[in-house]
Write a protein that binds this ligand. Structure first.
Ligand code: NOJ
Ligand code: CA
Length: 670
């Protein structure tokens, strides 16, 4: 594994300035964020946070409730506090940034509770926020049943928050912008502005715990609400020890500071894999969108998408267009019962999909195949075939799999409960053993696990492109909301890049049938064409899809952007933006740069200095802009492509139509 860890400074420092014996505090390295731990007379736990000497979180409860008389929240006594500071630089095989700095001050508060309960509360405070986790040790018990988490986030002031409502089964919901005080429940990341500060609450390193959602318990006070097991228990453990995921609060002066923060990754464990040279970012196309539009089908019939002939057509297209991989859905037996009693078979291709011949053809053309495992939610059926399925794919040379969980889980389990978190983890570990990368749809939310398992490359976990095929679709603000909310958690397989925005070609196709419940005759993509290109940059995914049917790209001048685009970036920066309004992001891949900018339903022009370019070099900028008459509502296909030479001394004027965007490739001149 190519991970260089250079710990510049780590040590135990007794730097505490203790205001009273039961109050202890730690500040961020730059001193701007101050976290105070508080223990009251009843031995109850709390913390408070100040930012720039202003109260940000008022004293907020900590602890858990458990069954069988185990007390995890009161009667605690302070045993001691250990302080440490770390400043290390680490590297990852892929990511928005391949080199990251992990710089924090840690305060580990050691406590003793009733009946010998031990608790270490580990707080880490960074310049860009904070995280804390619970490490419990309950002696003399065979198991632990947690019934509630008491962790609270008591915002000192009201503010404006962007979030989706809490839901234990899906994240595919529409974002809302509401006052904090008017936000009844939220899934995380919830991003908000309060008192001139931007912040986002989420979690890191969710490996064996239910997901955390937030419930408003009055005013601007939020409390953790964990996704339960069917019997109401929130988390269960063998034995008496458990560690929670980190509860995180990212904090920034500018909204884009949240995007540029790597706090979530920094709180995850280092890479657990021996080698990562088999993992690489890829662009891909796939037999996919035709199914969602109804011109093809997953199930074998006269409209079947995953046929040998169609597969070869896609492989040819990928090989001719600098696209590394092709994905096929609906290739295996079981789609007949999708939505019913699914019994997908992961090693039985449909009769018209000659997978051995397709794999041979792909290999010959130098194209990778991304396999597909839809479970329909039947994880028991999937787990029974897990090893066999991954081994079988590897035997065919397939080292990348898209999974899916569209459907209810057996036994009434929640998608986001501990039971299923364990399942997702099992799949990541199995895939890693088979040197296979993953793209998970209907996933558990991202909490930075990719640092530990870089084969866990991308996932869905929000409303993606598919919603435009069969619903009112994603509004123009959705794409400028995602980078400030969902994508703070990690990469997203949104699957951008639909060129037939109004489905004009699909609607003319006589084979088209509606497979879905909703009348989709008025469906469309709610952006301009240029914004579709911009989304390839803005919506970071190391596996980045050009999602349209390939016939819509053939001969289209704007597809040159995807041909040039390199998803294997080394460095990224969000340059400008406001949640739900607009965003501009630049990424460097090798010597070249790619910029994506997008706006909501308002037209706007951004003035962006090109000082991210390497000084002294000249770049050929190919600019894919909205046409002067473009508008997402009635003229979404109007675009223009211009070229000019640009240096770091230039300023870009990025003009975007209503619902539009702009994409620029900066190719370094030799
Ligand atoms: C939902 C996934 O998000 C989508 O990409 C996939 O095509 C369908 N499930 C079928 O597996
Ligand atoms: Ca989905």
């Amino acid at each position: 594994m190519k991970r260089l860890l250079s710990i510049l400074c780590i040590g135990l420092l007794c730097l505490a300035s203790c205001a009273s014996p039961d109050t202890t505090e730690v500040t961020s390295p730059d001193g701007r964020i101050r976290l105070v731990f508080l223990l009251d007379d009843g031995g109850r736990l709390a913390y408070q946070v100040e930012v720039d000497d202003t109260l940000f979180l008022s004293p907020s409860a900590l602890g858990f409730q458990a069954r069988d008389g185990v007390n995890l929240s009161e009667g605690f006594r302070l045993l001691g506090t250990d302080f440490a500071e770390a400043d290390e630089t680490w590297h990852q095989p892929w990511g928005e940034n391949k080199t990251l700095r992990n710089h924090y001050r840690e305060m580990a508060v050691r406590l003793s509770g009733e009946a010998g309960v031990r608790l270490t509360l580990r707080f880490r405070v960074f310049d860009d926020g904070l995280g804390f986790r619970y490490e419990y040790d309950v002696p003399g018990v065979d198991s632990l049943l947690l019934t509630d988490e008491l962790t609270a986030f008591r915002m000192a002031r009201d503010g404006t928050a962007c979030s989706i409502p809490a839901n234990f089964d899906t994240y595919e919901l529409t974002y809302r912008t509401l006052p904090l005080s008017g936000t009844e429940t939220a899934n995380t990341p919830i991003t908000f502005r309060t008192g001139g500060v931007y912040a986002s609450i989420h979690e890191a390193a969710l490996t064996d715990f239910p997901e955390m959602t937030l419930m408003n318990t009055g005013g601007t006070v939020f409390k953790s609400e964990l996704a339960p097991w069917p019997d109401g228990i929130k988390a269960r453990f063998e034995g008496g020890t458990f560690k929670t995921p980190w509860r995180t609060v990212q904090i920034a002066r500018r909204a884009v500071g949240l995007i540029n923060s790597s706090l979530i990754l920094n709180l995850n464990e280092p890479c657990a894999l021996d080698s990562t040279d088999w993992i690489r970012p890829m662009k891909y196309v796939g037999v996919w969108w035709g199914m969602h539009l109804g011109v093809e089908s997953w199930v074998i019939n006269d409209r079947h998408g995953a046929t040998t002939a169609n597969a070869k057509r896609y492989i040819d297209f990928a090989a001719a267009n600098q696209i590394q991989a092709v994905m096929f859905e609906g290739w295996n037996e079981g789609w007949e019962n999708w939505g019913g009693n699914q019994r997908f078979d992961y090693t039985k291709p449909y009769a018209d999909f000659d997978i051995e011949e397709i794999a041979r053809y792909a290999r010959q053309k130098g194209v990778e195949i991304i396999g597909h495992h839809e479970t329909g939610g039947n994880i028991l059926n999937y787990e029974a075939q897990l090893d066999k399925a991954y081994r079988w794919y590897v035997g065919l040379g397939i080292h990348s799999v898209k999974t899916g969980y569209a459907g209810g889980l057996p036994g009434g389990h929640n998608h986001h409960g501990q039971y299923n978190v364990r399942h997702y983890r099992r799949v990541v570990e199995t895939a890693a053993r088979y040197h296979t990368t993953l793209d998970v749809h209907e996933p558990i939310k991202d909490t930075g696990i990719r640092r530990t398992y870089p084969n866990m490359m991308t996932r869905e976990g929000a409303r993606g492109m598919e919603w435009n095929a069969w619903s009112e679709g994603n509004a123009p603000e959705h794409h400028v909301m995602l980078p400030f909310t969902r994508l703070l958690a990690g990469p997203m397989d949104y699957t951008p890049g639909i060129f037939d925005i109004l489905y004009e070609r699909a609607k003319k196709n006589p084979a088209r049938k509606q497979w879905n419940m909703k009348d989709s005759k008025d469906c469309r993509v709610n952006t301009t064409l240029a914004k579709q290109l911009a989304c390839w940059v803005i919506l970071y995914s190391p596996l980045q899809m050009a999602a349209d049917m390939i016939e819509n790209y053939e001969g289209h001048p704007a597809f040159q952007f995807f041909r040039d685009f390199d998803p294997d970036c080394d460095w990224s920066e969000a340059l400008a933006g406001e949640p739900g309004d607009y965003v501009a992001v630049v990424r460097r891949a090798g010597e070249d740069f790619f910029l994506g900018a997008a706006t909501d339903e308002s037209a706007r022009t951004l003035r962006i200095p090109a000082d991210f370019l390497e000084p002294g070099r000249t770049y050929l900028a190919r600019i894919y802009a909205d046409g002067p008459d473009a508008d997402w509502t009635d003229n979404p296909l109007s675009y223009e492509i211009t070229e000019r030479r640009v240096t770091a001394a230039d300023t870009l004027h990025i003009r975007m139509a209503a619902g539009g965007g702009q994409a620029i490739s900066f190719i370094a001149e030799k």
